[in-house]
Ligand binder design. Structure first.
Ligand SMILES: Nc1ncnc2c1ncn2[C@@H]1O[C@H](COP(=O)(O)OP(=O)(O)OP(=O)(O)O)[C@@H](O)[C@H]1O
Ligand SMILES: [Mg+2]
Length: 361
């Protein structure tokens, strides 16, 4: 399988113009329409209200959080709420400090500059950004070698909105220059239900409350995934049913797409299944596990495991990967008998007798 194109992948496929168009159409435009993240919404609301009341520009904002949680959406909301234009660029697009200087010097007063993947900017650009953020000034270097001179250039006040999935990779001097940092959390199922209802309304597809519950529960805490699953379920409901999304159509559709009740897909289930059935729940090394499911080490480690760990189904230990009791329950399997000594707490030994399916997978 190509892990890039997973239905439950939180990243977007940059090539998929269809998905981008739908995402744009489904983006909340105002803070009041933005679902969930109550802390972030409240804090941001204060920052923006205060700036509007002063008639100034808002402080620089850093948005940190996993893919698909709404960082790009919030950046656009910030601009809309400030009645300001927005310029969108990204860390990888800024190769040289000169690229950044060109962007900064063409900003209008009050404009929002959205810098996506800010942790991937080059070091010289980063240093130019420090000064721009703090003093609204850049030094443009003219010439090379000993004859080079720095020409200071005043910038109009602007609001930088940086987004990152890896806040830990940001150098502290950069992090410190943001007036406000929003940490986006994964969404609660009830919030994702609201996302599903809102999107269903925009897509003009009738969704039962129970249908929304079913989709929300499989969306891994991520609105982008909820919207994607909704579209697949809609297709199914149109082809196989009367177009209405009920609990039954949602469950049947997502069974076709191999997304289980907890949002695990084929790869996730293959990894868990191998860990449980072939290795008695572990501990087993990553390489062995990867061979057992016929995938690359990296695929197992970077694509499947993060969600399994987050869900408390799998643990990474110094001795290898270990399944938790929740993993056995979720896969409908019985864990091997624990050796019941007086301490009663030793972990299951790999390869012990009486393990289910040891030779049967
Ligand atoms: N709070 C929300 N309410 C409703 N819809 C949301 C919310 N957050 C995100 N979405 C929807 O989820 C999709 C993805 O959001 P967005 O593109 O803002 O995520 P992101 O954090 O920028 O992801 P990435 O890290 O991949 O850039 C959008 O289509 C948007 O409509
Ligand atoms: Mg984004």
């Amino acid at each position: 399988m190509n892990p890039e194109n997973r239905l439950v992948g939180a990243e977007t496929d940059g090539e998929d113009a269809d998905e981008q168009a739908v995402e744009a159409a489904l983006r909340p435009k105002q803070l009041g329409e933005f679902i969930g993240q109550p802390k972030v919404r409240e804090q941001l609301d204060l920052v923006l209200r205060a700036a509007r009341a002063r008639g100034g520009t808002a402080d620089h904002v850093l948005l940190s959080g996993a893919p698909g949680l709404g960082k790009t959406t919030l950046s656009m909301i910030i601009a809309a709420e400030m009645g300001a234009p927005i310029r969108i660029t990204s860390g990888p697009a800024i190769q040289h400090a000169g690229d950044l200087a060109a962007i900064l010097s063409s900003l209008q007063e009050g404009e929002v500059l959205f810098l996506d993947e800010i942790h991937r900017m080059s070091r010289p650009a980063e240093e130019m950004l420090y000064m721009a953020m703090e003093d609204f000034r850049v030094d443009v270097i003219v010439g090379k070698g000993p004859g080079a001179t720095a020409i200071p250039l005043e910038l109009p006040p602007f609001t930088l909105v940086g987004a990152t999935t890896r806040a830990g990779l940001l150098p502290p001097p950069l992090r410190d220059r943001f007036g406000f940092t929003a940490h986006m959390e994964f969404y609660e199922p009830a919030e994702l239900e609201q996302v599903v209802h809102r999107s269903a309304q925009l897509l003009e597809v009738h969704t039962d409350p129970a249908g929304a519950v079913e989709i929300a529960g499989r969306s891994r805490g991520t609105p982008r995934i909820a919207n994607r699953l909704l579209r697949r379920v809609r297709d199914y409901a149109q082809v196989k049913g009367d177009g209405v999304i009920t609990r039954e159509t949602a469950a049947a559709a997502l069974e076709v797409y191999e997304v289980d009740a907890r949002g695990l897909d084929r790869l996730d289930r293959a990894v868990l299944g191998a860990l449980l059935k072939l290795f008695g729940g572990g501990p087993v090394g990553l390489s062995t596990l990867a061979v057992a499911v016929g995938e690359e080490r990296e695929t197992v480690e970077e694509v499947a495991e993060p969600f399994l760990v987050r869900e408390g189904l799998l643990a990474r230990t110094p001795r290898g990967r270990v399944a938790t009791p929740a993993a056995w329950a979720h896969m409908g399997l019985t864990p091997p008998q624990q050796p019941s000594g007086p301490s009663g707490s030793s972990s299951a030994a790999p390869g012990g007798p009486g393990q289910p399916g040891l030779f049967g997978a």
